[in-house]
Design a protein. Sequence first.
Length: 265
Amino acid sequence: MTTAWTPDIATDDPARAVQLTLLWGLDGVALRGSEGGRVPEINEAPLRRRLEEAELAVVALDPGLFEGSAASRAVWLNDLARLDDVAAFARRFDCDLVRVGALAAPGFELEAAADALRQAGDRAAALGLRLAVRNLLGTDVATGADLAALLAAVDHGAVGADWRPADALASGEAPADGLSAVLDASLAFCVGVRDGGVTDGEWVDDEIGAGAVGWDAHLRALAEAGVDGPLILDGLPDPARTTGLASATTLIRSARAAQRAAKRG
């Protein structure tokens, strides 16, 4: 289990992103973008230089693909075509994992979404990529059970889960139940990490370990299941630059403890 974060939750400045990653002790970053655009349409050179100098890994890309509806065929076909540019960008960062949506916008149809993502899996495999499909609060694929049903229908080796237990919890599903469903259906290529709880019907972020997800137990379950994909810190309470250190420290310690426990059996 490597630990990483999505820097644009705190900063759009490449130098500051690298500085915070090193300060917090994380292994790498997941690149999404900034106000100027999503990967790969970003100012690549300064970011790549900073990351190489710091010897930090890019564990995943999140270019915003397949976030609409399968009914919008022209849109997802355009996303499919964009995979070529994403793959070229990924190769320059020595990365093969791409986080994508589940085509779970209003009007979601399981079979149509599965067919589109299966085609995306074919193209991704040809390009040397893996696609991690996320469950997301407020969509028709919000829980682990939802994601498991979709991935079982996709049934493609290059398409796995971007498992997000906080989104499942906020949608009314126990994270342990969601994880079990996901692992029965597919592989968890990565795990989106955030903590918090629902207050007055809205999700409120908290520091890792201080919320309702139960990360110690969840990380143990992930380790025992043999999940070794990156743990990506995706959400922090404000101000993220200040709260990130405590959350990153807790995540690193808990992940290491979970791996040690799994090895002991």
